[in-house]
Ligand binder design. Structure first.
Ligand code: FES
Length: 149
């Protein structure tokens, strides 16, 4: 049975920023092909700063904690700063995840990046063809999954 940090348990039991933003500026939805879990991030942006974040996650406890932490970390960041968020940085803020749950941390940073890219495309500041392909997103996920074997 995996052992979770107090921070993970806190964010799992009392997730922050659950829900949906009406008229969100950007929406990012990702799924984990390994387990079938889904995560959607909604962002509000003002002057290239993320002013609000909400999420809906259908997934395991680790994925819920990751969503909650990633949403907290993203608030107040510039788009450029938020794009630097990685699964490892979210997992570190959660004081770690058991190795066999580390793949769950991929979804948070991916969903956030998708929401930002959706915003930039809507703004005409990014070409749709430059949006991060799904295969690249899942490559990391599968790699982490592979480590479990
Ligand atoms: Fe699916 Fe955690 S088991 S994201």
């Amino acid at each position: 049975m995996p052992v979770y940090s107090q921070v993970v348990m806190d964010h799992f039991m009392r997730p922050r920023n659950v829900g949906e933003i009406e008229n969100a500026d950007g929406i990012g939805e990702v799924g984990n092909p390994v387990c079938g879990d889904m995560m959607t991030f909604y962002i509000k942006v003002e002057n290239d700063v993320i002013t609000d974040v909400k999420f809906k996650t259908f997934g395991c406890g680790a994925a819920i904690a990751v969503s909650s932490m990633a949403s907290e970390m993203a608030k107040g960041l510039t788009l450029e700063e938020a794009l630097k968020m990685t699964p490892a940085s979210v997992a570190a803020k959660l004081e770690g995840l058991p190795q066999n749950k580390f793949h769950c941390s991929n979804l948070g940073a991916q969903a956030l990046r998708k929401a930002i890219e959706d915003y930039l495309v809507k703004q005409g500041r990014m070409d749709k063809k430059d949006v991060t392909p799904e295969e690249d997103e899942h490559a990391a996920c599968e790699t982490e999954e592979g480590k479990e074997a």
